[in-house]
Write a protein that binds this ligand. Sequence first.
Ligand code: ZN
Length: 339
Amino acid sequence: MKIKTTIAGSLPKPTWLAEPEKLWAEWKLKDSDLFKGQCEAALHWIKFQEKTGVDVISDGEQFRKHFVHGFLESIQGIDWNKMTTMGIRNDRYDAEVPTVVNELKRLETVHSKSTEFCLKNTSNDFKITLPGPMTICDTIANGFYSSRKEMAFEFAKILNAEALELEKLGVHTIQFDEPAFNAFTKEASEWGVEILEVAASGLKCKTAVHICYGYGIKQNIDWKKTLGNEWKQYEDFFPTLNNSSIDQVSLECANSRVPLDVLKMLSNKEILVGVIDVANLEIETPSEVCKLLEKVSAYVDYKNIIACTNCGMAPMPFNIAEEKIKSLVAGANLFTKSI
Ligand code: ZN
């Protein structure tokens, strides 16, 4: 049996497309040149992942400025001029965010055109990532709905319509990114998982949720220092998640203080095991990747293990991301030989 590989989602953009090593970087191209440029960048990453041997590939999120706002740009009811300063991820850091001022509506498909392009250019299984409803609500201010939960439910319905369209095009996996689960563990269990299932309802393709401790940016690295020796956030909502309809859970395991035995709580799920650190420029060796997969296999049936990165690689240097992906695949192959 072969241990499969995938990546969490985002990848660095080439310097001619957007300023490198920066989140929210402005585009360097405009209008139709922008779409052409995005296609060229996505094509690079598609071919790179194919050549390296990644099984379930992604577009590296080359078509969006940020993993949340890239989706929101096409949604009606959001005022992008009414910026509100808001504490993000339970006040981990402040950000200026747009505000929901009216009923939310998706006027047109957001990712179909770019996804069609990608599917035409690969025969590998293709994964598309969408922001999860709870994380969206932690990245945008609520100036209209009675509660954050109600706003999340509206976003979930919009995400579901988009996801069903993308499924029809032939995507293999639809992944919702919910890093906010780790910041609001109680709410994640109370309503986050349930609303995530609304976003995924009716899907027959693989569904996944990515729950990490954030990109390797300073605010997240500082926050992680406050979490103590053992990170047990996952414990609070894993039982609810294990009973949900979502097929796969993408988690951070490399250089993280998550005690690996918490993975036992997800016995019904396939686990996208983060074996590549995205907050560190050192390239993992294939043998390090293999060793971590071995450790995880003490708690997760190897049939349910898929090797992955801890999180998106958007803020990393381009060549480092490439080298890390090579190690991911080489490490997974070593592990395959050992089982
Ligand atoms: Zn992440």
